[in-house]
Design a protein around this ligand. Structure first.
Ligand code: 3H9
Length: 692
């Protein structure tokens, strides 16, 4: 039973029971309607306590139902009945009361929550707005300004904060018990939100919320619509506001942004450790990181911050000093940003040991090397680690490109080797590519997943190839951009086209940020194996030769004056003209639409090959990589979700059109052709299972 009703004396207990999070699906809604019938037909009831079984009150509407046609009974009707019921309802909130769950609570006469409860209206994060009264009842309860703070960005609040702002009435360790002991007269006297006066208009708060949304959630429709409706609550009757809200909710529920955001939400959850691996992972209390440069220090801090003891290994005392300074800098910055307090900072320092002595790694269950990107250097570190680590410990490399199998070949037990590709800054970026080598054991893979969970990162398994999933796609993105650069577009036109698509920055500004020397070193490594038929564009090499390495040298694709900001630099355009002259290419203008199409198609085509080769196990993993590692707009659902939305046949048409210009760069991937042949979307294409 999704909803149960019981009775003790004059108190009825209505409990939502739909594990794991009490999502309000059709069965729950039907159960609540039955409960309302039962309550209304009962004699001698004075109070109804509404709660959720298990760890949540209710996580909101069942978002899995949003792809299907609407099915009654509908949540707004249920809440209206609760609100006007002769017997007052009290919401007893344990755990999360989110979205429709929070709206159910707003329909009640009184709200009591456990200290650890989380309450909020996160609908905009799923591309919709509260659709069961949230935008109209919440402003009546807490005022326009506070309602905007909660609804426009979708941030949930703790029970303490909810009590402070008047969203709940009291806090109790056991809210169900607390609710059943409430003074019934007091609850009966308490008015429903529907009977509260209209909230006062607050144009200043509305304008501030709009400005915040333009900055934090640009291109997204739902937050703007939510603000419109909250503003409206001050000007129209509750029923008029509810009708407008419902219409907006139903429209957004079917829109592409909501479909994309829901896809990402569920993909993130599906990316976690697969069932068969559970229980095979190593404990992660004591971990070694070899190399305390920017990346190693970031990884070490991420681990320290989650309570692990970290041995940070360096080659010499100079390295020890620098590594210490690198970690301390991150800790100090985290304190300054209010992410941790002084006590937590001190605890991090206590858990850290920086040394040149590899025998200090003898208790570690996992060692992550984060040294210079050289196979020889990494092999030598692995050999040293192997001598000192326990035999069962997992050996991980943080390489971004190198062959994990070649690295594992130098280890006596290659089954313990995995790649753990963190993204800079390692303590902030959400993505963790877990690279599965030819011989990687399930236990080593499970340790990678467990580490991602501990650090709150999104794990994606990648097979071995140059650049794994993310950097391989990035290489094609840059190649397509450089081709356009030579053929007539400027870096700023290309960047603007991609920010117009939803990226926070375009490919050239991003390169300036990471440094042009990194990609340059990588191109030199690839020189020997580059396909001679593939066109090579050397503008970036010229930039490096001129010392234009990006922000770190004050000049790259842009100039970065001391006074701040970035400015376009005509020298770059001259380099492009020169490259075109040498390649005998006639330059022309490219409109933003065409720039976008070419860059996106180049990435989609590469991603299709990555699927076809079994490097990624499913399209949604590529979506997560592009969103969490490379800034692809979340509200577009990731690279291949976007490809499916425009249609695989449309992708093929574009590729075939470009193929007439360059047969090698634009040859359509076999998976794209196969998907069209089989009439399936890329999201339905499955690689071989990755578990042995
Ligand atoms: C809404 O309410 C609209 C209304 O205003 C209007 C209606 C008319 N639906 O995250 P977890 C699944 S829109 C379906 O791992 P946690 C999740 O996929 C909704 N399924 O747990 C996972 O499944 P699996 C607004 C859902 O403890 C399992 O539950 N609400 C939903 O880390 C466990 O989830 C939200 O946006 C859902 N709504 O975190 C809240 N929620 O095991 C979304 C979860 O098969 N939910 N699942 O992988 C959350 O933020 C977190 O799940 C929560 C628990 C904090 C509740």
């Amino acid at each position: 039973m999704s909803v149960t009703v019981s009775r003790e004396g004059s108190v009825a207990f209505v409990t939502v029971n739909n594990p794991p999070v009490n999502a309000i699906g059709r069965a729950v809604r039907a159960g609540l309607m039955d409960a309302l019938d039962a309550v209304e037909n009962a004699v001698g009831l004075s109070l109804v306590v509404l709660s959720g079984a298990g760890r949540c009150f209710a996580a909101g509407a069942d978002a899995k139902e949003f792809d299907a046609p609407l099915q009654g009974p509908h949540l707004p009707d249920i809440i209206a009945r609760i609100e006007t019921c002769d017997v007052p309802w009290v919401a007893a909130v344990t755990g999360a009361a989110l979205g429709g769950g929070c709206e159910l609570a707003l329909g009640c006469r009184y709200r009591i929550a456990s200290p650890s409860a989380q309450i909020g209206l996160p609908e905009v994060t799923l591309g919709v707005i509260p659709g069961a009264g949230g935008t109209q009842r919440l402003p009546r309860l807490v005022g326009i300004k506070t309602a905007l703070e909660l609804i426009a960005t979708g941030k949930a609040v703790s029970a303490g904060r909810a009590e402070e702002i008047g969203l709940i009435d009291s806090v109790a360790d056991d809210p169900v018990e607390g609710a059943s002991r409430l003074d019934i007269e007091m609850v009966e006297r308490g008015r429903s939100i529907a009977s509260l006066p209209q909230p006062a208009a607050n144009a200043k708060a509305v304008e501030a919320a709009r400005a915040l949304i333009r900055k934090k959630m640009p291109h997204q429709i739902a937050p703007e619509r939510a603000i419109d409706l909250i503003e409206k609550s001050a000007h129209v009757s509750l029923s008029e506001g509810l009708a407008a809200e419902r219409a907006a909710f139903l429209e957004l529920r079917e829109a592409s942004q909501s479909s994309a955001l829901r896809h990402v939400f569920f993909s993130e959850r599906a990316a976690r450790m697969p069932e068969p691996l559970r229980g095979q992972d190593a404990a992660l209390e004591v971990i070694t990181v070899a190399g305390g440069g920017t990346m190693g220090a970031g990884i070490a801090y991420a681990l320290l911050n989650k309570g692990s003891e970290v041995t940070l290994l360096e080659a010499d005392m100079d390295g020890v000093e620098k590594a210490n300074a690198n970690v301390e800098k991150i800790i100090a910055a985290s304190v300054k940003r209010g992410l941790i307090d002084e006590g937590a900072a001190e605890a991090c320092c206590q858990r850290l040991m920086v040394t040149t002595d590899y025998s200090a790694a003898s208790q570690s269950t996992l060692a992550i090397e984060a040294a210079f990107e050289s196979l020889a250097v990494k092999q030598s570190i692995f050999a040293d680690l192997e001598m000192h680590l326990p035999k069962s410990a997992v050996l991980a490399t943080n390489t971004s490109y190198l062959d994990v199998d070649a690295l594992a070949a130098g280890v006596s037990d290659p089954s313990r080797v995995i790649g753990l590709h963190f993204f800079a800054p390692a303590h902030i970026m959400k993505l963790l590519e877990i690279v599965r080598g030819e011989n990687t054991s399930d236990a080593a893979l499970a340790t990678g997943f467990a580490l991602a969970k501990r650090l709150g990162k999104i794990p994606v398994v990648s097979g071995v190839c140059d650049g794994f999933i993310g950097n391989r796609i990035l290489a094609r993105y840059r190649e397509a951009a450089d081709t356009l650069l030579m053929e007539g577009a400027t870096p700023w036109e290309i960047d603007a086209a991609m920010t117009g698509f939803g990226y926070v920055m375009g490919p050239y500004e991003a390169q300036d940020l990471s440094g042009l020397d990194i990609a340059h070193a990588n191109r030199r490594r690839q020189d020997a194996e580059r396909d001679p038929e593939r066109r090579y564009i050397s503008i970036a090499d010229r930039m490096v030769a001129l010392g234009r390495l990006g922000r770190k040298t004050g000049v790259g694709w842009y100039r970065y004056p001391d006074s701040g900001g970035k400015v376009e630099d005509p020298i770059v355009a001259e380099l492009a003209v020169e490259a075109a002259r040498l390649a005998k290419v006639e330059r022309k203008e490219y409109p933003a639409d065409e720039i976008r199409e070419r860059l996106l198609m180049a990435m989609i085509n590469e991603a299709a090959d990555i699927l076809g080769e079994g490097i990624a196990r499913q399209a949604s993993d590529i979506d997560l990589v592009t969103i969490h590692g490379y800034g692809f707009p979340r509200w577009r659902g990731g690279l291949l979700h976007y490809a499916d939305r425009i249609g695989v046949d449309s992708v093929l048409n574009s590729l075939m059109r470009f193929e007439t210009e360059d047969r090698v760069a634009w040859r359509p991937g076999q998976v794209i052709v196969d998907c069209i042949g089989r009439g399936i979307a890329l999201s339905e294409w499955r690689a071989a299972p990755f578990l042995k």
